[in-house]
Ligand binder design. Structure first.
Ligand SMILES: [Zn+2]
Length: 493
């Protein structure tokens, strides 16, 4: 019984922390590169690990330190029994220093703990290792001090810099490190991992419940295992979706579906009363937003697979709803009035069905879409409206392919894909609203140059269409120029 208690205290996340490279789940691309480097004795002196929390950055850093320092090493299969292995695993080896930059941001601290430590040779370990967590939190001065060391690293010194926000690490540092991006673990892989662990721990839990836990953990093993711990301590019967929802304070699935249904029908009263009783029952408003985000994401996926979601919603509306949800979610994290944020959100979601179809509103929406730039977390400095971005990134991609820089080319391909999607979204918006513009009865635009190609094309179309085209508000003309969307071709379609 006493043993049982101490086991629970240790926590699943700690007990199942990978001790060898082949126990690492979902980061195969990193494991392959690192083990190859160790086998060839060509490991880098500085690594940059980028990725969300709980994806195993520190674990991977310790594994690397173990592999290089094991008595039997350097080896890709550290023994896990020698003093080095045991002490590194416990995080108390004198030659493997773990520094939390979030609490050591001063330049003096970095100089003390890193620079001086580098100059004193390793006590026992072969490779003196510095694991700097949340490295983006270092001050500029601290980065400069670090840079000097990384530029000319003494042999037998290894730096592993870990961060959740790679773009905040100065380029000078990034360019001197070998970079690895930690990916969220795919749902199926994570569910399978949890199933194995649940079996070993004799936890009775069905697959639906495990899937819910994995979604809650957003692809992180550590968070998933902590959640499983919590759910298990909450009850010792067989665990289903319902128990997980209760233990983690999630919104019941059917309830989320009912709210989405009510929103799609525009029944604001029903939405408000359902959400009101959820909040009253003690559910965090943020959880309600999370539930809605995942529901809308499912609708979006279904719309791409042409299955048609449970609610008959256009893809445009689904995307706009998701954008609204994500904006609110970001704001709610720091808001002092989460409940009010939630209510405003619900109002907006219900209102999105009754879109403001005035030309001014359409114009505003298009300007907003065009002004959006593609977020740049890929180390690529590009910005501008989607059309330009797509061209820019395509050209650079080809250039990189020519120079055989496959990784950079692939990243750029991602950017151009994203730009293409954004452009299509704008196009479909223009087309969707085209009949509305044609129906408007505002004054005709100033006559265009009669020799322009557009004008010549216009002569071909029927008088009725021409009249409709000329009835278009100047704002719509501006929209057309803005997006190279030829009004005539839209009418032909
Ligand atoms: Zn060992």
């Amino acid at each position: 019984m006493a043993k049982e208690k101490s086991d629970t205290y240790e926590g699943l996340a700690r007990r199942y922390r990978p001790q060898t490279f082949d126990e690492v789940v979902g980061q195969g691309h990193i494991v392959r590169t690192l083990t190859k480097a160790i086998e060839n004795g060509r490991w880098a002196h500085a690594y940059l690990f980028i990725g969300g929390r709980g994806l195993g950055k520190t674990t991977m850093a310790r594994l690397l330190a173990k592999a290089l320092n094991c008595k039997k090493g350097p080896t890709t299969t550290p023994c896990c029994r020698c003093d080095s292995c045991l002490e590194i695993a416990a995080g108390r080896d004198i030659d493997v220093l773990e520094i939390d930059a979030a609490s050591n941001t001063g330049v003096d601290n970095v100089r003390d703990t890193i620079i001086q430590a580098v100059n004193t040779s390793a006590a026992r370990a072969r490779v003196k290792t510095f694991i700097v967590d949340e490295v983006h939190m270092l001050s500029t001065a601290a980065f400069n001090a670090l840079l000097k060391t990384i530029e000319e690293p003494p042999s037998n010194v290894l730096f592993v810099l870990a961060t959740t926000e790679g773009h905040k690490v100065p380029v000078t540092i990034r360019s001197r490190c070998q970079r690895f991006d930690f990916r969220p673990i795919p749902e199926e892989t994570l569910v399978a991992r949890l199933q194995t662990i649940a079996k070993k721990e004799k936890i009775k839990i069905n697959k639906e419940a495990l899937t819910l836990i994995c979604r809650y953990a957003e692809g992180g093993v550590r968070d998933a295992l902590s959640a499983l711990d919590l759910v298990r301590s909450y009850n010792d019967k067989a665990i289903t979706r319902k128990e997980v929802e209760e233990a983690l304070g999630l919104v019941p699935h059917e309830e989320v579906q009912a709210i989405v249904e009510a929103i799609s029908e525009g029944s604001a009263d029903e939405v408000v009363s359902r959400v009101g009783s959820l909040v009253k029952s003690g559910i965090d408003p943020m959880e309600i937003v999370r539930g809605l985000v995942s529901s809308w994401r499912e609708l979006l996926v279904a719309s791409f697979e042409r299955k048609g979601g449970m609610a008959e919603m256009s893809r445009g509306r689904i995307i706009r709803s998701l954008e609204t949800l994500l904006e609110t979610a970001a704001r709610m994290r720091t808001s002092r009035f989460p409940r009010i944020e939630l209510e405003v959100l619900l109002g907006r979601l219900c209102g999105l069905g009754l879109r403001d179809t005035s030309l001014r509103a359409i114009h505003e929406e298009l300007k907003r879409l065009a002004a959006q730039t593609i977020p740049d977390d890929r180390n690529i400095i590009l910005s501008g409206p989607p059309d330009d971005l797509e061209k820019q990134s395509r050209m650079k991609e080809q250039k990189f392919r020519g120079e055989k820089k496959a990784a950079s080319a692939d990243r750029l391909k991602g950017v151009s894909e994203e730009a293409r999607l954004r452009r299509n979204e704008i196009r479909s918006f223009v087309q969707e609203t085209s009949p509305l513009r044609n129906a408007s009865s505002t004054p005709p635009p100033a006559p265009a140059d009669s020799n322009s190609p557009k004008r010549r094309d216009a002569k071909k179309i029927s008088g009725k269409r021409k009249a409709a085209r000329e009835a278009v508000d100047p704002a719509a003309q501006e929209i057309a120029t803005l997006f190279n969307a030829d009004l005539i071709s839209i009418e032909e379609n």
